[in-house]
Design a binder for this molecule. Structure first.
Ligand code: BDR
Ligand code: CA
Length: 308
């Protein structure tokens, strides 16, 4: 059955790779793309989302601008592995389309009410938009089918900080609000995304696909020099072929107080750790990386064909 999704993201090279994977996959129906501040400022993430739609001739998909800063922190710079433009500085043009008038938060709320129990949120960036939507309209929480997200590092060190992964660190309070929401969740933290490595051989294969494959390969080569892990596409790949991944049920919380560990995902697994709480998340830990990259190649080929 087709999964109806909203992609919430901060493109971002690996976000772009994830969006394009979704474009090539009939297993998911993209209701819209919502942008948030993260890897780069909001104006750029939103414009990049529109540009990715234009590159793939998918301007039928609406893009919405969301929150421009974390819940409690001021707006701040993200990570530079994505380049100044957020898409690897490979010379991509500016988008030609205009931004949508409705906000990302309102779009999420409207879509969830329009199809109660049927909308999945695929979250690829800091969770600010989702936390604000839950705060503006708490009634949507039981109506969301599930949240599949990239964020956190359950059993391994962080990336932006020793103990924290970037998306959780950027807006820990939003991440914690979402973890506490009671919505069914699947977590793709660094435990699993660190096993999805971009190699020269893999990007060479993408290059051979044509215009879109080459663009993705160029972006991944630029980004891969600073971060060789293909994080965000794991979320979309799971919605298409869940068997590629495996994990454990756990209770995930986000440290919002400690100065050394702010943004750290704290994952309880044992009866003692759970202390009577039911797991709130399927925490992914393993990936069949060859199958993941074969899937990417196959689906980018479809985007290529459909766009030409
Ligand atoms: C996450 O941070 C961003 O740089 C990536 O787009 C990904 O969502 C990895 O920590
Ligand atoms: Ca991202």
């Amino acid at each position: 059955m087709t999964e109806r999704i909203i992609i919430d993201c901060d493109p971002g090279v690996d976000d772009a790779a994830a969006i394009l994977l979704a474009f090539g996959s009939s297993e998911v129906e993209i209701l819209g793309i919502t942008a948030v501040a993260g890897n780069i400022p909001l104006e750029k993430t939103e414009a990049n989302a529109r540009l990715i739609c234009e590159l793939a001739n998918r301007t039928d998909i609406p893009v919405f601008q969301g929150c421009g800063r974390p819940l409690l922190y001021p707006a701040r710079a993200g990570v530079t592995v994505h380049g100044m433009d957020g898409l690897g500085d490979i010379g991509l043009p500016k988008p030609a389309s205009a931004p949508a008038a409705r906000t990302a938060v309102q779009f999420i709320i409207d879509q969830v009410h329009a199809a109660p129990g049927d909308v999945t949120l695929a979250v690829l960036g800091p969770m600010t938009n989702i936390a604000v939507a839950l705060s503006v309209d708490p009634g949507i929480a039981p109506l969301i089918k599930r949240i599949v997200f990239m964020g956190g590092a359950a059993f391994c060190p962080g990336n932006i900080k020793e103990r924290a992964e970037f998306n959780f660190y950027f807006d820990p309070h939003a991440a914690q609000a979402v973890m506490a929401s009671g919505i069914p969740m699947v977590m793709f933290g660094l435990d699993v995304t660190h096993k999805a490595i971009i190699t020269q051989e893999r990007t060479e294969r993408l290059k051979r696909l044509g215009r879109i494959g080459s663009t993705i390969a160029d972006m991944l080569n630029a980004y891969g020099a600073g971060d060789p892990c293909l994080h965000d596409p794991c979320v979309i790949a799971y919605l298409i072929e869940p068997e590629i991944f495996s994990g454990v049920e756990g209770f995930v919380e986000v440290d919002c107080v400690s100065s050394l560990a702010i943004g750290q995902s704290v994952v309880s697994l044992t009866e003692r750790e759970l202390a009577g709480r039911a797991p709130n998340c399927l925490v992914m830990t393993e990936v069949d990386h060859d199958r993941l990259f074969s899937l990417l190649e196959e689906r980018y080929q479809r985007v290529e064909l459909e766009a030409s």
